[in-house]
Design a protein around this ligand. Structure first.
Ligand SMILES: NC(=O)c1ccc[n+]([C@@H]2O[C@H](COP(=O)([O-])OP(=O)(O)OC[C@H]3O[C@@H](n4cnc5c(N)ncnc54)[C@H](OP(=O)(O)O)[C@@H]3O)[C@@H](O)[C@H]2O)c1
Length: 387
């Protein structure tokens, strides 16, 4: 029970607590400032980092999910079991009355599947929550044809808002529709448009494609191919920095929409951080982008953090979030976290990039391909030097 609930239960008849010492339960005073946070989800990829950040900041955290994913996490936290994918709010309607009557100071929603599910929650819990936070994406912007896109750029044109949870749209449209629902149903909200989230955890555990290629590649050492491309910048979102920003916005009542990522960083600085977090490789072969493309090393699809047309991607303007208090951790720390996660999941360091494992094609180039390209590049540069 928080201060607000407590005052409600007193009713008008009892003024006694105003003149008598306050009762306490355990170490928490009835008038303790501990705020109630409801995390919708919380046990997947990003959710756990957000949960950890709120716990570390002294909030009273409750989860809402189906009790299916990573049930070993946060065993001591209360969990409201509900299925948000049930039509006509049936999943939300089975939630016990005591939870429906609780006032949630903060709600964090990581939902990405259905905009209708987002709208359903906002309607069903209307009046029962204060500050609503939504993890969105930069994919909500309509055009990526210029650098330093700000929050007021036009969003994707939208179809009619879905009438069912089941109705399917592509990812960018789902997220944009969800944002629309929030703007319609909520007064105090914060939307985080994030970009390439990096964490100790991965989005699809068990899928090697989800594992962090560059940190692993530098961890393994040897001779490494790198793209030598003019003005090559990259950008990602550190999960911990994002989670800390969500807590900061909660504490400071910061509302609105924010692009959230690190500032666009020269790829060579990223490489310095990779070396700092791992080791100096035997040799770094900085190979011209055109040469790599000719040899089937396709930017982004095959080689991460390199896009052929750099406008937009990797140049999102995050100044608004930084001015509001986003603090991005050093890259070295993020890379170290990613590697720790990888070593935990694959203690034998046995992912084979660029090959087929258990029927899954891994998108990064294989070590044989790497050796072959290095050989070709050396021949190419030797030839050029003798011309
Ligand atoms: N990956 C990126 O680089 C990137 C970039 C930009 C934005 N984003 C956004 O970041 C967010 C990441 O979310 P996340 O998956 O990591 O969140 P999460 O909160 O960690 O995990 C998803 C949670 O949702 C619960 N859930 C799934 N289906 C449910 C249902 N039908 N009813 C109730 N709960 C359900 C799952 O638990 P149960 O299965 O037990 O129900 C799980 O706890 C997404 O919104 C994504 O759009 C990601």
């Amino acid at each position: 029970m928080n201060k607000r609930d407590f005052i409600k239960t007193l009713g008008t008849a009892s003024l006694l607590p105003l003149v008598t010492p306050l009762p306490t339960f355990g170490t928490t005073s009835f008038f303790s400032k501990q705020k109630k946070v409801l995390i919708l989800g919380g046990r997947g990829f990003l959710g756990p980092t957000i949960v950890e950040a709120f716990i570390a900041s002294g909030y009273d955290v409750t989860l809402l999910n189906r009790g299916k994913t990573n049930v070993h996490l946060f065993k001591n936290l209360p969990v409201i079991i509900a299925d948000r994918e049930k039509e006509n709010k049936q999943g939300l309607r089975t939630i016990a009355k005591k939870h429906k009557e609780t006032y949630w100071d903060i709600v964090v929603d990581t939902w990405q599947k259905s905009p209708k599910a987002v709208a359903d929650f906002l309607q069903e819990f209307k009046g029962q929550f204060g500050h609503y936070h939504y993890i969105s994406t930069i994919s909500v912007y309509d055009k990526w044809d210029k650098k330093y896109i700000q929050e007021d750029e036009p969003l994707n044109p939208l179809p009619k808002f879905p009438e069912t949870v089941e109705e399917h749209f592509r990812y960018a449209i789902r997220k944009t529709l969800a944002e629309e629902a929030i703007r319609e149903h909520c007064k105090d909200f914060t939307i985080y448009r994030s970009h390439g989230i990096r964490s100790y955890r991965v989005g699809r555990p068990g899928n090697p494609d989800s594992e962090p290629f560059w940190p692993i590649r530098f961890f393994r050492g040897g001779e490494i191919i790198l793209p030598n491309v003019q003005n090559h910048h990259m950008q990602f979102t550190d999960a911990i920095s994002l989670a800390n920003f969500v807590v900061h916005c909660s504490k400071s009542k910061i509302y609105g929409s924010f692009n959230v990522a690190n500032t666009p960083t020269p790829f060579k600085d990223y490489v310095s951080s990779l070396i700092h977090a791992t080791q100096t490789p035997k040799k770094m072969h900085w190979i011209d982008g055109d040469f790599l493309i000719k040899n089937d090393i396709i930017p982004y699809k095959i080689m991460p953090f390199w896009r052929e047309t750099p406008k937009g991607s990797y140049y999102f303007n995050v100044q608004k979030a930084i001015s509001a208090g986003l603090v991005n951790r050093p890259m070295v720390e993020v890379i170290s976290d990613q590697l720790e996660g990888y070593k935990h999941r694959y203690p034998n360091d046995d992912i084979v990039f660029g090959e087929n494992i258990n029927g899954q094609q891994i998108k990064y180039y294989s070590s044989d391909k790497e050796k072959e390209i290095i050989k070709k590049w050396m021949l190419h540069t030797n030839k050029k030097n003798h011309e």
